[in-house]
Design a binder for this molecule. Sequence first.
Ligand code: HEC
Ligand code: HEC
Length: 259
Amino acid sequence: MKRFTEALAHQAVLASVVALALLLWAGALALWGIATASLTFESWESTTGSGGAVHNQVSYQPGWSVDTWTMKQSHTGKLGLESGFDRVAIQVDHSVEPAQARYFQFDSTSGKELEYRTSCALCHANGPRVLRPAPQTSVEGAGVLSRWVMLLMNLRIKLYGTVQNVVTPLGGRSRSVPLNWGGAAYDEELQHERCVACHGSSGLASRSPLQKRHFMPISFMLKNELMPLGFHGALSESEKQEILSWLRSPFLPKQGKFN
Ligand code: HEC
Ligand code: HEC
């Protein structure tokens, strides 16, 4: 009997060692997968001025203290072209609490740092944004695993928690296109109770507060019922209208894109 229990215990230890090895192997494979893939997809949120498709290619380079997210973006058709795309990057320093994000725009061919084409913080309220391909479109770059790799990248992005945007100079001078567009009037923070539980609090799912300058991503989330996260479609029509009228007043047009 004793020998039997010993053998059982021995097997259990062996099984745990094997399970742990498998887990480590899967973790390493997952990290390797997301660190080497360049995912290409049509963006759901970003469109051209006339509503046309915008194609993105995103890659992730993890580091001990600073991760680098790089994106090529084409407004003129699928990527794979040698020119005619924007090249941007976000560096996330996760060795500090809260993490810090720095934004860069590069010349697509020479790689030289350039002035921003748009104010990044208009849409990047909290460092890197979750990747959302347009519905019914494909994700390419890691074969059949592309969707899984995207899931892991998105998990990494969410796990940064609150991320602070840091203003950086260009060539030793302040930029002519600011990181934060719109001036002080747009610093006003969204106080809606359905949103502040995560945006502007501390804790695991916490994010930086949303401001009036984030009218584009906020209206995108409301229109597609993507927020509050995990409570799909939970906002009543009147709550949605409350947030939209706060967004519009008194600066934004009442008609058009932000309805
Ligand atoms: C109009 C909104 C908007 C603006 C302005 C914008 N971005 Fe983004 N960006 C996005 C969205 C949305 C994504 C996520 C990809 C997707 O789903 O399309 C993204 C993704 C990225 C990524 C890939 C990593 C990530 O965040 O997922 C980088 C790098 C990036 N943007 C850099 C920049 C830089 C640098 C600027 C300023 C020069 C900028 N972006 C301005 C909307 C914007
Ligand atoms: C349960 C927590 C939670 C609640 C509540 C919530 N959000 Fe979010 N929100 C998130 C998380 C996590 C992200 C990043 C992941 C994503 O984009 O799915 C996010 C992303 C966003 C973004 C993109 C900017 C960013 O920080 O990445 C906007 C805009 C946004 N939410 C709007 C809203 C609005 C408006 C409400 C209220 C109606 C709301 N959210 C309620 C958790 C929440």
